[in-house]
Design a protein around this ligand. Structure first.
Ligand code: FAD
Length: 323
């Protein structure tokens, strides 16, 4: 189902898309389905330069980050950009820092760098916990946060986590800067609020309250797999009761889901079994998973509830113990 949606929806998909001639410039030629089609490679050294190249080539150009989603799609001819704009050499796009009340993560910061960051481990440990559940160390050493959240694949793990953290995406394009909330960014499988020629430059995360508890619970068939269902939870506890809570879901609909009602239901509770059950049911109710190799729609919906219950219990325990 996910593949079918991608085939229908990706703007770059072309039927019979082998090119009869190759673009000029620095070229790569693909002769079969194991190698991407031909493209011109552009390595800009600034965001302004990258935006200019993207603007010059319109929908034939695409940003390239770690390449771990885009290159496989190019090999399968599900994406056939004629120009790849490699963001890797743009220094201003990388790094993790605190900026006032926000944590700011540059778009090309790799998943491995997220795992290594002491700042994130101290202030928003759910990012490290989630990054450790993405793929494997080799992929994480190249795959970026920006690529993971801009990709629009409902199977990517970071979008739901960014929604849980109420992050904002900083986008730059010909028209200047725009900021879009992660909760408003995802419109459908592979459809996001990114406009043609725009680059995600950074993710801004309101620093979670000290002493909060969080958890990312992901059910997968094996190490390195995308989620059958996954849930992110961030909550705070005051006087033994939940004071605030956010719950979001991965890969149980065509977009990540903000399970607002599930979060609301646990506020004021001590996460007793009955409340957890109600919250898990509320999370399940907003899912619309596909039947695919990871299970039937009914099974995946059920697992969304199970992951939600586990994540709530773990986040509550962590908030209480400060773990
Ligand atoms: P790329 O592949 O370079 O780009 C992805 C898309 O985002 C492209 O359309 C590109 O144009 C666009 N893009 C990239 N950066 C920007 C930007 N700054 N601004 C605008 N557009 C941009 N991911 C998970 O979340 N969970 C998993 O369990 C998981 N398992 C995987 C297993 C395997 C075997 C593989 C190969 C990949 C897996 N991934 C998984 C995907 C991986 O995390 C990718 O790294 C990630 O989805 C994309 O990041 P990237 O930096 O590689 O982006």
């Amino acid at each position: 189902m996910q593949l079918a949606l991608l085939l229908q929806r990706t703007r770059f998909y072309r039927r019979n898309n082998e090119k009869s001639c190759y673009p000029t410039g620095s070229q790569f030629h693909g002769g079969n389905k194991l190698i991407p089609g031909p493209f011109t490679y552009h390595p800009p050294s600034s965001v302004a330069e990258a935006i200019a190249v993207l603007a010059a080539h319109g929908d034939e150009a695409r940003p390239l980050a770690g390449g771990h989603s885009l290159i496989p799609m190019m090999k399968l001819r599900m994406a056939t950009p004629e120009h790849l704009v490699d963001l890797g050499a743009i220094k201003e796009l990388s790094g993790i820092r605190a900026d006032g009340a926000d944590l700011v993560i540059g778009a090309t910061t790799t998943q491995a760098e997220l795992i290594k960051s002491d700042l994130l481990a101290a202030k928003a440990p759910i990012i490290r916990e989630t990054a450790l559940q993405i793929a494997d160390p080799q992929i994480r050493s190249k795959g970026t946060l920006g690529g993971n959240v801009a990709n629009g694949d409902p199977g990517n793990d970071m979008p739901a986590v960014m929604q849980c953290l109420n992050a904002r995406y900083v986008l730059h394009g010909k028209g200047g800067e725009r900021i879009v909330a992660a909760r408003d960014f995802y419109q459908g499988a592979y459809f996001t609020a990114l406009q043609e020629g725009e680059i995600l430059v950074a993710v801004r995360i309101p620093t979670p309250a000290a002493g909060h508890g969080s958890s990312y619970e992901k059910l997968k068939r094996k190490i390195g797999d995308y989620a059958t269902a996954a849930t992110a939870v961030i909550l705070t506890v005051s006087g033994g009761k939940v004071a605030s809570a956010a719950v979001t879901l991965t890969n149980v609909a065509s977009t990540p889901l903000f399970a607002e009602e599930a979060g609301r239901l646990v506020i004021g509770s001590a996460c007793d079994a009955a409340t957890i059950k109600r919250a898990a049911e509320a999370a399940k109710a907003i899912t619309d998973p596909a039947t695919d190799g990871r299970g039937t729609a009914a099974y995946r919906r059920e697992m969304a509830g199970v992951m939600t219950a586990r994540a709530l219990v773990k986040a509550f325990a962590r908030a209480k113990t400060g773990a």
